[in-house]
Design a protein around this ligand. Structure first.
Ligand code: CAA
Length: 296
């Protein structure tokens, strides 16, 4: 089986990127959202990203226009009936994902492969909402999807080897490097990244340094593209908190437990860049200022 037509469910930050890279790889792509404004917002970010590639000379204006033309937006799930691969990128809520996959299972052709972009929920639990367990995988992309080269390919205890191969090939076709892992909370990357981010918050709580100093430490001392607090603000403090809770529930280890400061920030709505405030204040988005209120 060859993947010719891709369906993406969800056109938010991740879904729009996943749809964009499929269209850029020459595949007919259908992306579904639940409302017109959400669809428009996602498509606008695809347009901006394609324009950045043209500006940088990575794509010609013609290639960008063709990629855009291969992308078909829809509000109807039924339009994904002919897709060979359907990638889900909706809200990180297991019940919502299970409902969606159960419905998709009735709509999609029997040979279609289902993939979830979840960063930490159980692929096995999603799979059991369908009758296509052997054709169900995790395909975890990274933010910003058009730039990040990695895809985590997650197999369950029942995934068919040929489906794993197809998933790996698909990621390569997008120009990404896939890594293979099995269905355990956090997979490979978040299993390592999240405790590191939580530890940065603990270091701040314990007075090891300021937000900026800790960020500079990892950026300039270890050549990370972003320090941990810039990355937390970028990924979302709420998102990271939520992933940490899932990891903690799975492994019951202290290193996965979200620190109190993080919990308070989530309660206060300080989610990071998207909320205008997190470890930094984004009043002037091009010149974020350290959030001094957090320092006690
Ligand atoms: N599409 C196309 N081009 C884009 C883009 C997009 N969406 N976003 C940025 N760019 C381009 C910019 O135009 C810029 O181009 P030039 O170099 O020609 O100016 C270039 O990419 C670099 O962007 P910026 O100057 O804005 O910023 P930067 O140099 O800091 O790079 C970054 C941005 C690629 C995001 C980099 O900072 C980075 O790699 N950060 C770490 C990201 C990371 O760790 N992501 C994983 C998060 S964890 C996750 O996603 C998983 C999870 O489950 C939580």
């Amino acid at each position: 089986m060859q993947v010719r037509r891709v369906g993406v469910v969800g056109c938010g930050l991740m879904g729009s990127g996943i749809a964009q890279v499929a269209a850029m790889a020459g595949l007919q792509t259908i992306v579904r959202e639940v409302s017109e404004p959400l669809l428009d917002k996602g498509l606008a970010s695809v347009k901006t990203s394609l324009a950045k590639f043209v500006e940088k000379g990575t794509l010609t204006a013609d290639q960008a226009a063709q990629a855009h033309a291969r992308l078909r937006p829809t509000l109807k799930l039924a339009e994904l009936a002919d897709c060979d691969l359907v990638i889900e990128a909706i809200i990180e809520n297991l019940d919502r994902k299970r409902e969606l996959f159960a419905e998709l299972d009735r709509i999609a052709k029997p040979e279609a492969i289902f993939a979830s972009n979840t960063s930490s929920l159980s692929i096995t639990e999603m799979m059991t909402a369908t009758k296509r367990g052997p054709r169900f995988i995790g395909m975890h992309f990274f933010n910003p999807v058009p730039l990040m080269k990695l895809v985590e390919l997650v197999k369950t205890v029942v995934t068919e080897p040929a489906v794993v191969e197809l998933g790996l090939d698909y990621a390569r076709k997008l120009g990404k490097t896939p890594i293979l892992t099995s269905d355990r909370a956090g997979f490979i990357v978040n299993r390592l990244l999240v405790p590191y981010l939580l530890d940065a918050v603990r270091a701040l709580e314990e007075g090891f340094g300021t937000i900026e100093d800790i960020d500079h430490g990892m950026k300039l001392g270890c050549n990370h593209p972003m320090g941990p607090f810039t990355l937390l603000d970028y990924v979302g403090i709420d998102t990271t908190y939520y992933i940490a809770e899932i990891l903690f529930n799975e492994y019951r280890e202290k290193r996965f437990a979200p620190p109190p400061l993080m919990k308070r920030m989530v309660i206060a709505g300080m989610y990071g860049r998207k909320a205008g405030k997190g470890f930094y204040d984004y009043g002037d988005p091009k010149n974020p200022k350290m959030n001094r209120q957090l320092l006690g």
